[in-house]
Design a protein around this ligand. Structure first.
Ligand SMILES: [Zn+2]
Length: 497
């Protein structure tokens, strides 16, 4: 017997949900008929994931209604398999050697992904596991023309390692980040493929719609991307039916120990799911204020929910659409700034995508700047100045240090994740130098012009993939002459100090 937890929902909400599901159903029908589909409809991932906490496995079925939005006919689909990096013997570990002792809190633990079958329209297909490190699922398909669609079903099992990682079982949570095969972005006539890198966020995807059914032992609750449409317990198992529209990805965190505080602003539900926090209302208020301030400054947050979840994690935080992971050891100013940073990623990464492998500064630099800018926008210019002064000091000290080792040290920002050799170098170049660049534009052109430019950048690139050139062009429109200045920051010729 299904036990609905949301019996008191208003009729209006029920009608809205029904309309959305009807739209998605219509899309699936269209998908099956290989019909042309209007431009504003995105591909749809329909995922059923069943969690077994005795084996730490996720048994999954993913049905992707794929719409070819490229300008050419495609004859294969290529998916990124991020979970593969957690397997024993992986060439590209998700973790630095220096962090493994803390990450593997119990003992070394491996995970991975096993693809069991791939079907299109009911016919089982041959597939290949390829890439530099078994990181790709390659599926040959019948030619699919621009604007046409197909249904592909992938059955797979994910083994979750015991670790404080984006994907893993921690002491208190089950982190489900990047756990499913994700279609690679098709650009310039080819799929953008890459292995997992332990530095940065090695993820790059198109926006899509998601219908996800998460099933788990009753003792767990879950927080995720998207809106929970149904939640019920049956035969000792909890099921959530989740609907996520126009998001960059889908992620979730499961826990037996979550406590939740909630608030609401501008029609958006804000939830803070925590394990241990003496003042959870403070974190909740920070998330709420960040959503409000960035909505006012950059453009409205376009979703109905924003979730902040405390987890075991090897970094301070991690962004997913509608959901951010926050390291459960953070407190005070570090907790506050991490929540603001990850919330800013909802704009720069979530709604406005970018190639995080080739142009990490594009979202991290702007996000780091936005974090400091939040304080200036909330009548605390001293805190903004203090953060930027510290950022400049960190950057200058690091560059001085590098110069002692190599006088020709590069501060070029146009680098891929593979080009960075240390965590410090990655952070200093993408976060700190990126933030300093935006701060210099603020100093030179003022808030009004910069806000107008960033608001336009946000609106023009919503649910799409931005590029450095797109950002430079829009900045140059409102901040005349800034293109050459930005170029000198990017190529490392600017003198800072
Ligand atoms: Zn970030």
């Amino acid at each position: 017997m299904k036990k609905k937890l949301y019996m008191n929902r208003t009729l209006v909400l029920a009608i809205v949900a029904a309309l959305i599901l009807t739209l998605m159903f219509t899309m699936l029908v269209a998908c099956n008929k290989n019909q042309s589909i209007s431009d504003d409809v995105l591909s749809l991932y329909d995922i059923l994931a069943t969690f077994d906490d005795t084996t730490n496995t996720l048994t999954c079925r993913e049905e992707l209604c794929y719409i070819n939005r490229e300008s050419e006919t495609l004859t294969e689909l290529v998916f990124n398999l991020s979970p593969s990096a957690y397997r024993e013997g992986a060439k590209f570990s998700p973790f630095l050697d220096s962090e493994k002792a803390a990450v593997y809190y119990d003992d070394i633990s491996y995970g991975g992904i096993s693809i069991e079958s791939v079907n299109i329209e009911g016919a089982q297909l041959e597939f290949t596991i390829g890439g530099e490190d078994e990181n790709l699922l390659i599926v040959p398909i019948s030619a699919i023309a621009t604007g046409k669609s197909l249904n592909i079903e992938i059955c797979f099992t994910v083994t979750l390692p015991k670790c404080n990682g984006r994907m893993g079982v921690t002491n208190n949570t089950v982190n489900l980040g990047n756990f499913y095969p994700t279609l690679c972005v098709f650009e310039n006539g080819a799929y953008e493929t890459h292995p997992y890198y332990c530095l940065g966020d090695p993820f790059f995807s198109d926006s899509a719609d998601y219908l996800v059914t998460l099933e788990m032992p009753e003792a767990y609750t879950a927080v995720s991307s998207g809106v929970v449409e149904e939640s019920y317990v049956e035969n000792g198992r909890r099921t959530l039916e989740i609907n996520s529209v126009k998001t960059r990805d889908f992620a979730a965190v499961l826990s037996k120990n979550f406590k939740v505080v909630s608030d609401r602003t501008n029609g958006i539900n804000i939830n803070y799911c925590y394990i241990s926090d003496a003042s959870p209302q403070v974190a909740l208020a920070t998330a709420k204020r960040a959503i409000e301030v960035f909505s006012e400054t950059f453009g409205d947050y376009p979703y109905k929910v924003f979730n902040v979840a405390q987890t075991g994690l090897n970094s301070g935080g991690m962004e997913y659409s509608n959901l951010v992971f926050i390291n459960s050891t953070l407190k005070d100013a570090a907790l506050e700034e991490t929540i603001i940073h990850e919330t800013a990623h909802q704009w720069w990464y979530g709604v406005v995508g970018g190639n995080q492998i080739k142009n990490a500064w594009l979202d991290e630099g702007l996000t780091e700047f936005s974090t400091a800018y939040f304080f200036r926008q909330t009548n605390n210019p001293e805190r903004y100045s203090q953060i930027m002064a510290q950022t400049l000091s960190n950057y200058a000290a690091y560059v001085d240090f590098l110069k002692t080792q190599n006088p020709d040290v590069s501060s070029d920002m146009n680098r891929t994740l593979a080009d960075f050799t240390t965590q410090g170098e990655y952070v200093i170049i993408n976060y700190h130098k990126g933030a300093l660049m935006f701060a210099s534009l603020l100093d030179m052109y003022g808030e009004k012009k910069l806000n107008k430019a960033l608001n336009t950048y946000f609106n023009d690139n919503s649910y799409q993939i931005a590029t450095p050139q797109k950002l430079i062009d829009v900045l140059n429109t409102y901040c005349k002459g800034s293109d050459s200045l930005i170029q000198s920051w990017l190529d490392g010729t600017i003198i800072i100090g």
